[in-house]
Design a protein around this ligand. Structure first.
Ligand code: ATP
Length: 657
């Protein structure tokens, strides 16, 4: 495949992007060994891929027992030692099985787990895949959704906290129904049966990956259709007649317009999902979304008789972590309410999606904006001081950290400063090529102390394992965004920390967020040890100066070079004044370069120094440890940022009843 075509789905698999769970598995497996063991990685990826590629059986009963056993063994050995899996804290069964007694116990637990899922009506093949992933019981949203969606076949409007397992809450019922419909001969393989619409490309790829793992013992096929990737390749994927398509609205609409045969026939669609609904009704997505949904409905009118129209032929799922449930509830009951732009769009969405008159509304977000396992804190400071606190945090608290900004320029600036301070960070924003975005996500996912600086393109849905800290370097523009950004950590019942950095200009936004989240007091202040803060400040000040000088020099050199080059190419002599001016600029550049080098030398000396304080010792290099200096040497003490907060204030969250 040529580079200009962009990565296709298989390539993404190869790049590891859609295998975050798998990446997590083998990284955590190698906890004490270097992570960048690429050869090892690719071998493992290959093995994992071959597991899903050899999916021959269709019906549950048809899976040869021998084959299942082999697969189980393979996977079990791959996952047993991987105890930091996002879900490992959920179930004791995730503990390594080291002897026969444990194996028996694990078998018993498997049987119990299998029964739990089967009792909910989940098909055997899907259950098998869930158990292999160590998903031994449904999460709360899944427990609430599954009976209504599988047994009662109701349309579902679902809202639950970030990281609560919403993908499978709609995924499991759909996969189960599809299997049953095919078994009963109502539909056939190769028919386009399910459309899942989602706002971001990365999320679409991730959902595809999650569903693919869940249906690995079926013959169902899933294709992903997103912008930034080769249209040609996506058309080729669609020509293989996948039963499920996960798409972003823009590219999906584009392919429909190009007359793609497989997806244009929306009349046979049996399942429709709108994920991250509140984002989908925002500008940029709504126009295409509305067109797609209108097309779905018009085709139904054309194809089905009125009798069939009354029959719930198509099951719909509308999901989000921050859905405006009250508004939705009122709308579904046709109640009047204040009309805002967003309300109007929601109303349109509900009517265009064609929800049945009595959808099942499941709202698990009423009381809590953010998850219970999330520790939240704030830093209030001036605009200039933001860099100091960011560097302070990153220096003291290593761990996978996602920094959110509101602009791409801010990402570039921060990346430059952190690089000068000898901290590796990766950018993620919409101006980057899709391929690079995915590569950076993969690198971040596989680095224990990785730092990713991102715009809100990474705020929603991304299920990157074990992000320990989320830092809102700039206050998000809405409460929803605050919830989604913070939700990249503390997923699947793990602990996580979110720190919001607020300057005076942003106070009004912060206040709005606190009010909307129904908090009756401010977020706690993040504890900062000021004993050595002057050293932090000095380092950052130097880095900021170096960064400015560096960019000035680069800019001037570029301009001057351009001038002389253009004159040479045109074979003209520059005016004396202009030439002197350019030469003077060039000389200035040399001075700046010398100055920059001096500052870098100064900074390097500072970076080598250890900073000592009463109860902490830290240096520029990770890991940074606290407590008795004796113990530091043996690395026995390691307080996390969350521990620090808990020590100071055990009960941190206060929400209005
Ligand atoms: N039954 C289960 N048991 C254990 N872990 C699960 C279960 N179901 C899903 N998970 C895992 O929980 C994590 C979060 O799931 P998912 O990404 O679906 O969350 P979400 O609610 O969609 O989050 P967001 O609102 O941020 O998009 C994933 O790693 C997923 O594999």
């Amino acid at each position: 495949m040529s580079d200009d075509e962009g990565p296709d789905y298989e390539q993404l698999r190869g790049m590891g992007f859609i295998c975050w769970r798998e990446i997590n598995d083998y990284n955590t497996n190698d906890n004490d060994t270097p992570i960048a063991d690429t050869e090892n990685k690719s071998k493992k990826k290959k093995r994992k891929l071959s597991i899903s590629e050899e999916n021959v059986p269709t019906k549950t009963d048809d899976i040869p027992a021998k084959k299942l056993k082999t697969k189980k063994k393979k996977k079990a050995s791959a996952t047993r030692s991987n105890q930091t899996h996002a879900t490992s804290t959920l179930h004791s069964a995730n503990k390594p099985a080291s002897n026969n007694a444990d194996d028996d116990k694990s078998q018993m637990e498997h049987d119990t787990a299998r029964k739990i899922w089967l009792d909910l009506g989940v098909s055997k093949t899907i259950v098998q895949a869930l158990i292999e992933q160590k998903f031994y019981e449904p999460t709360q949203i899944q427990r609430m959704v599954l009976p209504s969606a599988i047994r009662d076949r109701l349309d579902i409007i679902g809202a639950a906290e970030t990281g609560s397992g919403k993908t499978l809450a709609f995924g499991i019922p759909i996969l189960t129904h599809m299997e049953n419909l095919i078994k009963q001969g109502e539909v056939k393989y190769g028919q386009f049966l399910t459309l899942i619409l989602t706002p971001t490309r990365e999320l679409a790829v991730q959902i595809t990956s999650h569903l693919q793992t869940a249906c690995q013992y079926t013959k169902l096929n899933i294709a992903v259709v997103v912008g930034g990737m080769s249209t040609h390749k996506q058309e080729r994927l669609l020509s293989k007649h996948p039963e499920i398509v996960v798409a972003t609205p823009g590219r999906f609409w584009e392919l429909i317009n190009e007359g793609d045969k497989h997806i244009s026939n929306l009349s046979q669609l049996r399942f429709l999902v709108i994920d991250e609904t509140d984002r989908m009704i925002e500008k940029g997505h709504f126009v295409d979304l509305e067109k797609i949904l209108n097309l779905c409905n018009n085709l139904i009118h054309l194809t089905y008789s009125s009798e069939e129209m009354n029959h719930p032929q198509r099951q719909k799922f509308v999901f989000s972590a921050t859905l405006m449930m009250k508004e939705l509830e009122a709308m579904s009951k046709n109640k009047k309410q204040a009309v805002t732009d967003e309300h109007e769009k929601l109303a349109v969405l509900i009517s265009v999606v064609g929800m049945s008159t009595k959808p099942k509304i499941i709202d698990l977000t009423k009381k809590f904006g953010t998850v219970e396992t999330l520790t939240e804190a704030r830093v209030t400071c001036s605009l200039e001081e933001k860099d100091h606190y960011l560097y302070y945090f990153l220096s003291l608290y290593p761990g996978r950290t996602l920094i959110f900004t509101n602009s791409i320029d801010c990402i570039k600036r921060l990346q430059s400063i952190l690089t000068i301070l000898k901290m590796n960070s990766l950018p993620l924003h919409a101006q980057m090529e899709q391929k690079q975005r995915l590569t950076n996500l993969e690198k971040f996912s596989s680095s224990e102390n990785g730092i990713l600086i991102a715009t809100d393109v990474a705020a929603r849905g991304l299920d990157i394992p074990n992000i320990q800290h989320v830092i809102h370097y700039q206050v998000p523009r809405s409460t929803q965004l605050y919830i989604h950004r913070s939700g990249r950590t503390a997923r699947a019942e793990r602990e996580g920390l979110s720190v919001i950095v607020i300057c005076p200009e942003e106070l009004h936004l912060y206040r709005k967020i606190i009010k909307t989240l129904n908090r009756d007091e401010d977020l706690q202040t993040f504890p900062v040890d000021f004993t050595n803060f002057s050293n932090i400040k000095k380092r950052v000040k130097l880095a900021v100066e170096i960064s400015k000088l560096h960019h000035q020099v680069a800019k001037t050199t570029h301009e001057t070079n351009w001038y002389f080059k253009a004159a040479k190419e045109l074979d003209i002599e520059l005016d004396e004044d202009i030439r002197d001016n350019e030469l003077a600029k060039s000389a200035g550049t040399s001075d700046s370069k010398i100055k920059e080098q001096q500052l870098r030398n100064e900074l390097n000396i500072l970076l080598k120094q250890k900073i000592k304080s009463s109860d902490k010792i830290y240096s520029n290099s990770y890991p940074l440890l606290f407590g008795d200096p004796e113990k530091l040497l043996t690395k026995k003490v390691n307080l996390t940022a969350i521990d620090e907060l808990k020590q100071r204030k055990p009960k941190q969250k206060k929400r209005k009843a």
